[in-house]
Design a protein around this ligand. Structure first.
Ligand SMILES: C[S@@+](CC[C@H](N)C(=O)[O-])C[C@H]1O[C@@H](n2cnc3c(N)ncnc32)[C@H](O)[C@@H]1O
Length: 313
């Protein structure tokens, strides 16, 4: 099996500031790269790992079991973070990690349909138990909804052309495969634009993947839950891979660390008005030259870390 190389590995582990007796949650376990390093640092602590992909869970389980038994795997979408923790009697944790998106293994497994480089049935589900897949979106969603997701989640200027071409083609016969879709996208984008800005299908495939897995809404809502779940001194580390994800993280972190509008002339800011969190790094951490050379996935990666203040919140 192709391997997944963890991104910003040292920086993330250092950023989480792991205590040997702490409780940690990895919301995106994947192949257990980051989690294995967390687990190695725990003595009496415990690690909870979420993934909605059963292949990832099976691999991570074996990798983590070789380190210790201080972990629990949760075979669910991380949108159930709060519910799953509460049901285990856990109301506060020391650290939470989000390493968003799909792993290289998912991306490079042709049959999953994530990549425009392999021919496969249109799928793109991280959780294969889910009903909605890329086939349903491409063949059943109305024109306006296609335009909306391709514009919003793909930031694609030619969203209307692409949606129109999809509508035209699917009237003749269902669009079954990734390669059929790539051809349709190529036909919809004017030739001069097709030669610029990377692979012509890149943005539409990103949009479909985000829509199939409802990635942005799930991340947005769960990040608020994760902030609530942190105990004072606890940290959240988030690794994002595109500007839409990063913007959500940046805005929520900004909202949680900003001072409220204060009455003019206040000599000191009262404790109850201090923000409950502070940023560990003002600017996102990006991969070093050495990491970029070893792992092309690291190119778009951005790591942001926030800590809950000890005194307040
Ligand atoms: C980039 S990989 C994580 C790699 C991991 N940090 C490692 O070092 O091996 C992201 C993983 O998170 C999972 N994932 C993404 N969104 C999820 C969600 N909302 N709920 C549960 N798992 C999710 C994916 O299935 C994938 O396995």
């Amino acid at each position: 099996m192709e391997k997944h190389i963890p991104v910003l590995w040292d920086e993330t582990i250092e950023g989480l500031n792991i205590h040997k007796d702490g409780i940690y949650v990895d919301c995106t376990l994947g192949f257990g790269g980051h989690s294995s390093r967390i687990l190695e640092k725990l003595e009496n602590g415990h690690l909870y790992g979420f993934d909605q992909d059963e292949n990832a869970l099976a691999y991570a389980k074996a990798r983590l079991a070789a380190i210790s038994n201080h972990f629990t795997l949760i075979d669910r979408n991380f949108k159930y973070l709060k519910e799953e923790m509460t049901s285990r009697g856990i109301h506060a944790v020391d650290g939470i990690l989000f390493d968003l998106g799909v792993s290289s293994v998912q991306f490079d497994t042709a049959s999953r349909g994530f990549s425009y480089n392999y021919d496969a049935r249109l799928d793109m589900r991280m959780d294969e138990r889910q009903r909605l897949d890329a086939y349903m979106i491409v063949n059943e969603w109305p024109y306006a909804k296609l335009v909306q997701i391709i514009t919003r989640y793909g930031e694609e200027k030619f969203a209307k052309n692409i949606a129109r071409q999809i509508e035209k083609e699917r009237q003749k016969a269902p669009i079954e495969t990734t390669f059929q879709l790539v051809e349709i996208i190529k036909q919809a984008i004017p030739a001069p634009a097709r030669r610029k800005g990377g692979h012509p299908a890149k943005r539409t495939f990103q949009a479909l993947r985000i829509a199939v897995n409802d990635e942005l809404n799930v991340f947005h809502d769960t990040l608020y839950d994760a902030l609530d779940l942190l105990r004072p001194g606890g940290r959240i580390a988030v690794i994002t891979f595109h500007s839409l994800e990063d913007r959500i993280c940046k805005q929520i972190f900004r909202e949680k660390t900003a001072l409220p509008d204060l009455p003019a002339g206040l000599p000191v800011i009262p404790a109850e008005m201090q923000p409950a969190y502070h940023l560990i790094n003002k600017k996102p951490i990006e991969a070093s030259e050495a990491e970029l050379e070893a792992n092309h996935r690291a190119h778009s990666a951005k790591l942001r870390i926030i800590e809950r203040n000890e005194t307040n919140g």
